[in-house]
Design a protein around this ligand. Structure first.
Ligand code: AMP
Length: 265
């Protein structure tokens, strides 16, 4: 009989302010090491030491797992944050997102997408045509959950990321999340940059583009980050949110790692 699989997730905060989160899937014997790693991560975050850490472990029904492949990964080197954002906007337009909707989402992210001007805990849902925000809760947004890489894909990914100096949890976790999101019913593209003040990279991902990294999508020291999921007009929102929050996704294949590009080209 197959071993049971668990979803393990961590959320940490300080004075009620979100600090970090993490999502993994594991068999029972791997759970204690992952729990320890998540607690360490929550206590050592660049945004400060958490005063509250919530760990949730939940058994997954193996018959409900969707298996996906990582997209192709490429990096666009731009000379400044502004150039990086211009390149990201041009890719979002290529993926079918209305230019004003993309620019507006970027502006909201750079000013803090939560109503108090802070980063949200999850992602905005944005109508890819009108630019209208569709998420119910503008503090929480939608949090993508229940996804991971399997162990063989993990090794293959490490082998391609390590020589490029990209073998870190930021890149790994973002790739897994973006893979799940780009296969979501009704998501056209995603834009992300981190809320970690020491991490300036971000990405645009779409099934039509792959995963495109930008080493500088926000200034160093900036604590406002975010995610925008651009939604196909008329998409079934309850179905989309259910997929993002509840569908178990195991990434078990890797894509290609393409040579760096420059912007402007
Ligand atoms: P991070 O890449 O972890 O620094 O997160 C950057 C931003 O993405 C955060 O400020 C949140 O707005 C959003 N975010 C983080 N984790 C998730 C998640 N699991 N699902 C959706 N959005 C997330």
């Amino acid at each position: 009989m197959e071993k049971p699989l668990y979803s393990i997730r961590m959320r940490s905060s300080r004075s009620e302010r979100h600090i970090s989160g993490a999502e993994r899937l594991a068999q029972p014997e791997g759970l204690d090491a992952l729990a320890a790693e998540m607690v360490r991560r929550a206590l050592q975050h660049d945004k400060g030491q958490a005063d509250k850490i919530v760990l949730t472990l939940e058994q997954i029904d193996p018959s409900e797992i969707v298996h996906l492949s990582l997209p192709d990964i490429r990096t666009v080197q731009a000379t400044s944050v502004d150039q990086g954002r211009a390149a990201a906007l041009s890719l979002l337009a290529a993926a079918g997102v209305n230019a004003d909707a993309a620019l507006n989402a970027m502006d909201i992210m750079s000013h803090g997408a939560a109503p108090d001007g802070d980063s949200m805990r999850g992602a905005m849902l944005i109508d890819a045509n009108s630019g209208r925000r569709l998420e119910n809760d503008r503090y929480r947004g939608v949090r993508v959950s229940r996804m991971d890489l399997d162990s063989s894909a993990e090794i293959l990914l490490k082998n391609v990321l390590e020589p490029a100096g990209l073998d870190n949890t930021h890149v790994r976790d973002a790739l897994v999340l973006a893979t799940k999101v780009m296969h979501a019913p009704g998501v056209m593209a995603e834009l992300c940059w981190s809320d970690d003040p020491g991490y300036t990279a971000g990405y645009v991902a779409a099934s039509s583009l792959g995963y495109v990294r930008f080493p500088m999508l926000k200034p160093l020291g900036e604590i406002r980050g975010g995610r925008s999921f651009f939604v196909t007009p008329g998409a079934d929102l309850p179905r989309l949110v259910r997929y993002l929050e509840r569908q178990t996704v195991l990434v078990d294949r890797v894509g290609r790692f393409l040579p760096d590009e420059r912007w402007p080209q």
